[in-house]
Design a protein around this ligand. Structure first.
Ligand code: 9WO
Length: 263
């Protein structure tokens, strides 16, 4: 899998390239990262990538041409490297609050792809003509504004790379994650480790009992209760998908209706 980043701040991506789970997977050659600076695709002596907005207003706007030149260079490079077939070029993705919200199901679909070309905007935004001409897809991570698309791109890549086969040591650890369909889209149960008593509080006895079926039942109950309290929308979704058992429903009957903790 290969990700190409079009960014004015290529150094930022060292964070996911070199650290943690994604860093290890990168080192093992399970994915690659190529950063392209629009500044390197300018023609003027000042290497200008932004200009004042037509119609006035604060800040600056990223110019279309350096971004377009960068996309064309990326496409050529991916073709030459054999990362893409000519008839199936990688999509050009813009990180933007106006995009479709990124979800775990979408991360799974990306994990089965050859990667993407991610465009990271800065300043007040990008000339709309570039977006109209080159961007296949806009992706949002949620209803907030960043100072640039880079952190968004890193979040997106991390969520995808950790799902690649062989990336996680313990094949189980992605299974237990929040939003895993094996857990029917519920939030994960709480975790505890040594010492048994910390700061005057003991870990739940059940987890020290060694009784595997009772531990599994306790975790399911915790998972259902937490989800019902924090994210009742996810309970509704699991119910509609037919993922809740009679036992689950009887656990949920004991959960008081949430008082809008979601906000
Ligand atoms: C900003 C914006 C605000 C409202 C509606 C649409 C919008 N598009 C953009 C945009 O593309 N902004 C560029 C990228 C330039 C300014 C910083 N950018 C950005 C991306 N800020 N916040 C994001 C982002 C990306 C993914 N998920 C949440 C926020």
């Amino acid at each position: 899998m290969r990700f190409d980043l079009i960014t004015l701040f290529p150094e930022m991506f060292a964070a996911i390239r070199d650290q943690g789970v994604s860093g290890r997977a990168h080192q093992r050659g399970l994915w690659s990262l190529h950063a392209w600076n629009p500044r390197d695709f300018t023609q003027d002596v000042h290497r200008t990538v932004d200009d004042r907005p037509f119609g006035g207003g604060p800040g600056m706007v990223m110019m279309a041409e350096p971004l377009a030149q960068a996309v064309q260079a990326v496409r050529l490079s991916r073709r030459e490297a054999g990362a893409d077939e000519a008839d199936q070029p990688a999509p050009v993705v813009l990180l933007s609050p106006a995009g479709r919200t990124h979800r775990q199901a979408q991360a799974r679909r990306w994990a089965a792809s050859t990667g993407a070309i991610l465009v990271c905007g800065r300043y007040e935004g990008i000339d709309q003509r570039f977006i109209d001409r080159y961007v296949d897809l806009e992706v949002s991570l949620g209803d907030f504004v960043l100072s640039g698309g880079e952190l968004g791109a890193m979040v997106l890549i991390d969520s995808i790379v950790r799902l690649l086969p062989g990336v996680l040591h313990d094949a189980e650890s992605a299974e237990q994650d929040s939003f895993n369909p094996a857990l029917t889209g519920l939030l994960d149960s709480p975790h505890y480790t040594r010492p048994e008593t910390w700061n005057g509080t003991s870990a739940p006895d059940i987890l020290l009992s060694g009784h595997h079926s009772r531990i599994a039942a306790w975790r399911r109950q915790q998972s259902l209760t937490l989800t019902a309290t924090r994210r009742p929308d996810l309970i509704e979704q699991a119910r509609r998908s037919g993922d809740l058992s009679v036992q689950d429903e009887s656990i949920l009957k004991a959960v008081p209706p949430s008082a809008g903790e979601g906000e």
